[in-house]
Design a protein around this ligand. Structure first.
Ligand code: XMP
Length: 510
């Protein structure tokens, strides 16, 4: 494995952003909880202390044990991390009296400081803290300040430790990337060789070593980016020893199963397409409650997948498209979060089937998965596809799912999505779809009174699906889609557009 930077996480909302900025510099980094300092092994070239919602003065504030790190390898404290460094060396951190939130301009005291190499004096930085370092320990050298923050940046004399009270990882810190680059490339001496190509090469070698001579690997394809890129990577490593299973649950978009299966075949994957739509529909019959639908779909999927996998002689591995945000051990700030929706519906499969798990993308963020996919020549149509929920259209039909409702929804959804593409709006939204409401209303077509269903158009912008805003699609475009749906899809006489954001709403209606 490559050289790396370790990020000790104190629970800041920005911790993942630090990691992503460092990865953009082609340096590999990992996030671990603040107390896992043992992770600083000899591959670690430098350590970053993240920000935190805590104050160092809180009785339960997270304090790391840095004795094996501080003074030995380069260390950078950001915000809370910097305040902790000052506090733990005898400095004083108190609630700030003036505004320390938002834009500020950094007055660099020491232009020779390697952390500020090529950074303009007066550069814009982003502050976000309620505390400030009021007294700095004697052996700390103040290297930067702003009009409100006297000890904005420091380094410790005769040791490779720096602290900054602003956030270099956020967009509003104009030269944040240069500062992080100075730290990881110049100070820590990382070579910056973590690229999609180097990731592919080392992962292919690892997969071969791990699975050599030990049976076949099976993988469930969903049509989404993660499972497709995982399959493509494994295919490069083990070729036909990878057997992919793509299940048609009947809940995919119009013609999606056939189109995606053809792309998989075109990519040279050893793939079996299984039509199980009747089974899924029969399991869903009469079920209206959203979580009950998810459970029915999840268990039908396991049943179909298991039956198919059992036909494969010598299967020993189950590959999954798990990505980094799913595996980062989070620092619990407000206690474990309640389950709002159960998004993962294939848990339990490996134990049940006695298979060993292989997750080749578990270290990558979503945008990195796309870059790896591109380097592996995965078709753009798959790489740029909107996210689509595992339970598919079943959770976009409010109430019970019937073949008639499904075919109405498929037609309406297809009109919306194809128009987004035609009007070059598809890539501007994170995700879009149509929801079929169990609501009928009066309309008039020709001279006839109608009493038919309403559908909702949902389109959102987002960066990670955790928060989202409704997409501000042009009114003319919405009018055109509504018209086409009402004219062409029998059973729908009203179209509305969802203007809720997440939170407080969610992207899906169920
Ligand atoms: P919500 O509706 O919670 O959705 O705002 C966030 C993202 O997750 C997708 N989603 C699911 N994905 N199984 C999945 O694999 C599910 O049960 C599921 N429910 C929601 C949703 O489409 C959005 O991208």
């Amino acid at each position: 494995m490559h050289e790396k930077i370790l990020i000790l996480d104190f629970g800041s909302q920005y911790t993942q952003l630090i990691a992503r900025k460092i990865r953009e510099l082609n340096v590999y980094c990992e996030i671990v909880p603040f107390n896992k300092t043992k992770a600083a092994d000899d591959k670690v070239k430098g350590v970053i202390l993240s920000g935190s919602p805590y104050s160092v003065r809180d009785y339960n504030a997270p304090f790391p044990d840095l004795k094996d790190i501080k003074g030995r390898i380069p260390l950078l404290g950001i915000c809370y991390g910097a305040q902790y460094l000052a506090h733990s060396s005898g400095g004083e951190v108190l609630p700030s009296e003036s505004r320390e939130y938002g834009r500020a301009y950094l007055n660099i005291h020491d232009i020779e400081d390697p952390l500020f190499k090529n950074v303009k004096n007066g550069t814009q930085v982003w502050m976000s803290h309620g505390d400030t370092i009021v007294n700095i320990p004697d052996n700390f050298i103040v290297t930067g300040s702003t009009s409100d923050v006297l000890n904005g940046a420091f380094r410790i004399q005769d040791e490779p430790t720096w602290g900054i009270q602003f956030h270099p990882e956020v967009y509003h810190t104009a030269e944040g990337k240069t500062i992080l680059g100075n730290f990881v490339l110049n100070i820590c001496g990382c070579r910056g060789e973590w690229t999609p190509e180097s990731f592919i090469e080392s992962t292919v070698n690892e997969i071969r070593e791990k699975t050599a001579g030990s049976g076949k690997i099976i993988l469930g394809l969903s049509g989404g980016v993660d499972s497709t890129v995982a399959a493509s990577l494994l295919n490069r490593a083990v070729g036909s020893d990878l057997i992919c299973i793509f299940v048609d649950n009947g809940l995919l978009r119009k013609n999606e199963f056939r189109k995606v299966l053809d792309s998989y075949i075109g990519m040279g994957l050893n793939v079996r397409g299984i039509d199980a739509s009747d089974l899924f529909l029969s399991r869903l019959k009469g079920i209206s409650e959203p979580e009950a639908k998810r459970k029915a779909i999840g268990s039908a999927f396991i049943e179909v997948f298991e039956a198919e996998a059992l036909k494969i002689q010598g299967a020993e591995w189950l590959a999954q498209g798990t990505i980094y945000p799913d595996v980062i051990e989070s620092v619990s700030v407000n206690g474990p979060s309640a389950t709002i929706k159960s998004h993962h519906n294939v848990g339990g499969l490996p134990e049940k089937m006695n298979l060993k798990v292989i997750e080749p993308l578990r270290l990558l963020f979503k945008d990195e998965v796309r870059k790896v996919g591109k380097a592996l020549n995965v078709p753009e149509t798959i790489l740029n596809r909107h996210p689509f929920p595992g339970p598919g259209l079943a959770i976009r039909i409010l109430g019970d799912v019937t073949p008639d409702k499904l075919s109405i929804l498929k037609e309406a959804d297809d009109i919306f999505i194809e128009n987004l593409r035609k009007h070059s709006l598809y890539d501007q939204v994170w995700q879009a779809g149509v929801i079929l409401l169990p609501v009928q209303s009066v309309g008039v077509m020709g001279d006839e009174r109608t009493y038919e269903n309403a559908v909702v158009l949902r389109a959102v912008t987002s960066t990670d699906g955790m928060t989202a805003d409704f997409a501000h699609l042009p009114h003319d475009f919405l009018g055109l889609v509504a018209n086409e749906i009402i004219n062409r899809v029998k059973g729908i006489n009203r179209v509305v557009f969802d203007i809720s954001s997440k939170p407080p709403s969610t992207i899906e209606w169920e």
